[in-house]
Design a binder for this molecule. Structure first.
Ligand code: GLU
Length: 479
């Protein structure tokens, strides 16, 4: 079978992590089978769709490296096909005009609520006479087009993730609205369940891969395929992404859109890897893999049907792994927007200094946005010394050692980390002090912090920028 799959995002919000994961599963499946991946923007909800969301979705996919082979297609540019198909269903008596007003529908829902029934349309306009229609028209009522759903009826399909799924047509909410009607009486924009079927047919989609929240829609759509005389594609419904507590992930859980994760400093390769693990795992249990490695073996038999809980620790761990596997120049490039955001300009410093700084901070980064914080000490003249911070410098031995070191530093313009190490070692031996006794006060004197990046290269980098000597002097003279 030729594999043709699609991502069909609605531009009613930024690219959501759930949609991005669906995109990945489609993409992987297409790559695995030498198929085609199509991007279709479902923009028929004019009130909620916005161009900036479309752009955010396109940017997000590009950032993740999820390329498409066809599209992007836009549903609003395919109106004629939907109108033609609505007319076809109307002519064959499979769809009809419904004139119910919003108030009538609300009353219906209210009475169903009182009776503790699920809300549904009661199909009351299914068999209107010509006279009834005319009189509603004369009242100026604007109709919608509904598709007839036969009840009762079992709708079955073999889902590639969930095996056999059975749905009763009684649970689909009654005859469904497939299109609106314009003031002129012309067929207006279609609704999701209808447009999606027309498109999936026209685009020759072989597999519909989308989130579990679309299962009831799949049942409705299968009825539409039948009405249109087309064999439905195969369906795969991967589980939803849940928050750590097991509820559907939402904005309150920290971040849900790909652009937020990007701004937080996750790498696209780490984020892809993590999203794939939200529902799928390779048979060898490997945790780190590239998109192409995953594409070599991706299949639905290893997609878990149970909800996938979002795990920040795991994502952070993966991100750290990927950060540390990047070549230094590459990591340096990726960090650029994060320095910029923090108002730090690295351009005045030599390339070699920048690269050493990148190497120094890399082990401390969980996300790229950590960099300005981790490296903060390099971008101030003096740290904030307080009497408490300088307390460990009060010992005579420590002061003698630091002064000796200061003299040596004063004699040398620039030192490498290895040279700094030798120098410190030599001072320690000469002064007959314990290394441990000097390191902490030295760090405090240089950075006013008790923890931080590796000390010897930190000192070397500070000294290369002429920051080490004045800091040591100031710390010693503040005692
Ligand atoms: N526009 C729908 C969504 O964003 C598409 C669902 C589908 O793939 O059919 O959820």
């Amino acid at each position: 079978m030729t594999v043709r799959v699609r991502l069909a995002p609605s531009p009613t919000g930024n690219l959501h992590i759930g949609t991005a994961r669906t995109a990945l599963f489609n993409w992987l499946y297409a790559r695995r089978h030498g198929g085609t991946f199509i991007l279709r923007v479902e923009d028929t909800d004019r009130e909620r769709s916005r161009d900036e969301y479309t752009q955010n979705i396109l940017d997000g996919l590009a950032w993740l490296g999820i390329t498409y082979d066809e599209g992007p297609f836009f549903q609003t540019q395919r109106r004629d096909r939907y109108t033609e198909t609505v007319h076809d269903l109307l002519e064959r008596g499979l769809a009809y005009y419904c004139y119910c007003t919003e108030t009538e529908l609300e009353e219906l829902r209210a009475s169903q609520k009182v009776q503790k029934l699920a809300p549904r349309y009661d199909n009351r306009h299914r068999h209107l006479t010509v006279e009834q229609r005319q009189s509603f028209e004369a009242e100026g009522r604007r109709p919608v087009i509904r598709f007839k759903i036969a009840e009762p009826r079992e709708i079955r399909w073999h889902d590639l993730v969930r095996d056999d799924v059975v749905w009763n047509s009684r649970d689909l909410g009654g005859d469904m609205v497939i299109a609106r009607v314009e003031e002129s009486g012309a067929i207006g924009l279609p609704l999701y369940n209808f447009a999606v079927v027309v498109d999936d047919i026209d685009m020759g989609i072989s597999h519909v891969i989308r989130g579990e929240d679309h299962i009831a829609n799949t049942a409705k759509q299968i009825l539409l395929y039948e009405a249109l005389g087309v064999t439905p594609p195969l369906f795969a419904h991967p589980p939803l992404i849940l928050n750590p507590q097991g509820a559907k992930i939402s904005k309150r859980d920290g971040a849900t859109s790909v652009s937020e994760f990007r701004a937080m400093g996750y790498l696209p390769e780490a984020f892809n890897n993590y999203m794939i693990l939200l529902g799928w795992s390779p048979s060898n249990g490997q945790e780190l893999f590239s998109l192409s490695e995953a594409a070599e073996q991706f299949d639905f038999d290893r997609v878990n049907a149970a909800g996938a809980r979002f795990d920040w620790d795991k994502l952070n761990w993966l991100n750290g792994q990927y950060i540390r596997s990047l070549p230094l120049t590459e990591l340096g490039d990726r960090l650029k927007p994060f320095w910029q955001n923090a108002g730090i300009d690295l351009t005045p410093y030599p390339e070699s200094w920048q690269q050493e700084l990148t190497a120094l901070i890399a082990p401390s980064l969980t996300v790229l946005a950590d960099a300005p914080k981790v490296a903060a000490t390099f971008f101030v003249d003096f740290p904030d010394y307080t009497p408490e911070i300088l307390e460990p410098l009060r010992s005579e031995v420590v002061q003698t050692a630091l002064r000796a070191l200061l003299d040596e530093l004063n004699r040398r313009e620039s030192l490498t980390a290895a040279e700094v190490n030798e120098l410190v070692q030599a001072q320690i031996t000469a002064q007959k002090v314990k290394k441990g006794a000097v390191m902490k006060p030295l760090r405090l004197a240089l950075t006013a912090e008790s923890h931080g990046t590796e000390l010897m290269p930190t000192l070397a980098l500070l000294h290369q920028r002429q920051l080490a000597v004045p800091r040591l002097e100031k710390a010693l003279s503040s005692l």
